[in-house]
Design a protein around this ligand. Structure first.
Ligand code: ADP
Length: 200
């Protein structure tokens, strides 16, 4: 089945695009959802996190203590790498099995950090970037989260740049500040129709 890797910066509109593609008949495999599931109670990453980071990183309900983990990996690249070494192979494994069992017209693998982890490119046939200028991203992130401009800037700047993402793109869905929802929907529909013609 045709596999599309879909990425975009925070606030670019990935969720909006993904929801529409799902309604059009695509199967969605979301690596963020998978990552969360891995660190829920009885998640496949829990025992490795307990062993490697310590019991205090697991809450009474058996889930990862997200706030504690965030405080540790933030600004400590080595700890971040340790966590990623646990999570990434499990995310890939779970995504692979979801891809293999996928029904539907084609599969969209949502990888928000694809530009930061370009090894994902190997697992998909094409990369699609939901593209947005940084100023609009900031505005949307602030509106959605209530964060200050400075906090939103930090989140956007911590990610790959627009140019780094676009360099990987086979397909681009523009959702910038000049794009209203109806225009975005029309672009997504056109992209969907194009992908239908590429199915093996
Ligand atoms: P992402 O999943 O990439 O972080 P979302 O799809 O959640 O982005 O979009 C971020 C926010 O911006 C949401 O609140 C969404 O409703 C809004 N949004 C996205 N695209 C548009 C658009 N073209 N016009 C208006 N609001 C938009």
């Amino acid at each position: 089945m045709l596999k599309i890797g879909l990425t975009g910066g925070i606030g670019s509109g990935k969720t909006q695009v993904t929801n529409q593609l799902q309604a059009l008949g695509a199967t969605i495999v979301d690596t963020d959802v998978i990552a969360h599931r891995l660190t829920h109670p009885q998640g496949a990453a829990i025992e490795a996190i307990r062993t490697q980071f310590g019991a205090e990183f697991i809450q009474a309900d058996g889930s990862m203590n997200r706030a504690l983990m965030r405080s540790v990996v933030f600004n400590q690249p080595q700890q971040r790498q340790r966590l990623e070494a646990i999570l990434h192979p499990l995310i890939r494994q779970a995504a692979q099995s979801a891809i293999i069992s996928a029904q539907g017209l084609y599969t969209v693998v949502v990888v928000p950090l694809l530009a930061e982890h370009p090894e994902w490119v190997r697992w998909v046939d094409r990369v699609c970037v939901v593209d947005c200028d940084a100023a609009t991203q900031l505005k949307r992130v602030q509106q959605r989260t209530g964060l200050s401009l400075e906090q939103a800037q930090q989140m956007v700047q911590a990610q790959a740049s627009r140019a780094q993402r676009l360099a990987l793109a086979d397909d681009i869905i523009l959702n910038d500040g000049a794009t209203d929802v109806a225009t975005l929907q029309a672009r997504v529909l056109r992209q969907h129709q194009h992908w239908l013609t590429l199915r093996p």
